[in-house]
Design a binder for this molecule. Structure first.
Ligand SMILES: [Zn+2]
Length: 179
């Protein structure tokens, strides 16, 4: 049996590795499919990757979904048209992560519910996708530059088109958060 404290450390280590992997994946996607302007437009990034993005009418408890009918076939991201702009942007970036991670697979479908724990995918897939979305929408270089320029959390969130909570989280992960 793994001692409780060690078990917790292993989980944390696993989560950190996941975040690192997701961040590297997002950096690769940015390098290949982004024009360098902020706010990053995740729908344009997705289209550049060959993914179709559709604004869809969905149940209020669903943020979005991605579906691919087979290997070599195009994937489609569905974003709940009823959600606020920043939420839609985050959802689209999150779905790109599922696409990226499962690009070698054939048929799959992820449905993302508003309550993240109820999402249909594996918990680790969802954590990966959220970390990827954060790194895609808040590119590290830009965040560091904006911090150097002295922008506050709210202004920075506004500039990058994300919620303030997402911004604070990203700043903390980059070690740039100041109270
Ligand atoms: Zn998901």
């Amino acid at each position: 049996m793994v001692p409780r404290v060690l078990g917790q450390r292993l989980v944390r280590w696993e989560e950190m590795n996941e975040r690192l992997e997701a961040t590297e994946a997002a950096e690769r996607v940015l390098a290949e499919h982004w024009d360098g302007t902020v706010p990053v437009d995740p729908a344009r990034v997705a289209q550049s990757m060959g993914i179709r993005v559709v604004d869809a009418y969905m149940d209020a408890d669903v943020d979005g979904a991605i579906r691919r009918e087979g290997k070599g076939k195009p994937a489609t991201i569905y974003v709940n048209a009823g959600n606020a702009t920043n939420r839609k942007r985050f959802t689209c970036a999150h779905e790109i992560a599922h696409y990226f991670k499962h690009s070698e697979e054939g048929e799959y479908e992820f449905i993302d519910y508003r309550d993240a724990l109820a999402s249909s995918g594996q918990v680790s897939d969802e954590r990966y996708a959220n970390a990827f979305a954060a790194a895609l929408l808040m590119p590290e270089k830009h965040v560091r530059r904006l911090r150097t320029e002295g922008l506050g959390d709210w202004s920075m969130a506004n500039r990058l088109g994300v919620s303030e909570a997402a911004m604070v989280n990203r700043l903390k992960n980059l070690g740039l958060y100041r109270r």
